[in-house]
Design a protein around this ligand. Sequence first.
Ligand code: UAH
Length: 401
Amino acid sequence: MKPFARDTWIEIDLDAIASNVQALRRHIPSHTQIMAVVKADGYGHGSTTIAKEALSNGASRLAVAALDEALVLRRAGITAPILVLGYTPIEAITNAIHENIELTVYHVDWVEEAARLLQAEGGHLALHVKVDTGMGRIGVREEEEVLKLVERINSSAGIEWAGIFTHFACADEEDTTHVTEQHVRFQQLLTVLKEAGNMLPLVHCNNTAAAILFPEWGYDLIRLGIGLYGLYPSLYVKQQGRVTLTPALSLKSRIAHIKTLPQKASISYGATYYADSNEQIATVPIGYGDGFSRQLSNRGSAIWSGKRVPIVGRVCMDQIMLSIPEGTANVGDEVVLYGRQGQEEISLDEIATLLGTINYEISCMLNYRIPRVYVRNGQYVGICHGIANNFLQESRKKAGI
Ligand code: UAH
């Protein structure tokens, strides 16, 4: 018996996650650590399982966007260093102190408030200084400001200057002008800090794209996000063929209803599709309520019996309809929405292109309603998520996972 009621699930191939970390490990300098970026619930793959798999295969650190995400990892028993890449409100830092979570800092006022809190309450806080070399979001920009910030950190009891980093805006592009300018600016700031007598802490700048294209900029660590999940940051990076990545995520469901419709029978809201005579229409339980975009109405497809079949009519909140032109479909037949079946594949890149976005958004969109099932060596080894949790305890036992 499977451990969830609705026949729609995400399969995550842990062997692919392991192989992707190992591929980057081989590609970057041996002294450069890997920080696995598992924000947004591991880009939709489930943060705790992905974090553990990455740590077992060559990553030594983790990063998330928000402190709450770091606390989820600690609650799962993960003790590796975790960096919060985004803003942390001062009133929340007590949690970071108690749970030994590293924070990002980019303003001297924040350090002063943190120092006051530490003076009153005691404890230790490790900070990474974020410098804005051309991304234009959080980060200190001017040399004097960076120097002032570092000075304030170094003179504050209980605060450790643990790292300095920047983030590239255009590392995945063929035109290297912008990324090179950002790197030069980063190097200049590091030189200014060294000339002012500072010993540099952990230095890092490379995301997946830069780690693949500029491994020589590895410094102390890379922040590996999209590549961990087996996806390339852009078609350009993929085409360079420098590192082989394996996608980890598949989205699957099963036919819930099958019927043969007469000519001109309409399908779904808005009656945007009319059946041909004797058209076989399969209903599949997935929809925009799961993060399967309504933009795929009359445009997307699925794989059934190793063949592509079109989505007909509008994607509903919980259901879609497929036209099965050849062959006999049955209730319970497996349908692949993203991933492979037989020789056919629907990649996240294909869906991203169809929707005018990037693969990152496609996996992040898949929400809590779909259980994540983890697979190793072709065997189910775990499950997490959402509404399936209600069903879990007893059915997990029955399913033996
Ligand atoms: C600051 C920061 C991010 O916001 C994201 C990442 C990971 O990027 P990729 O997914 O492109 O590797 C690193 N650092």
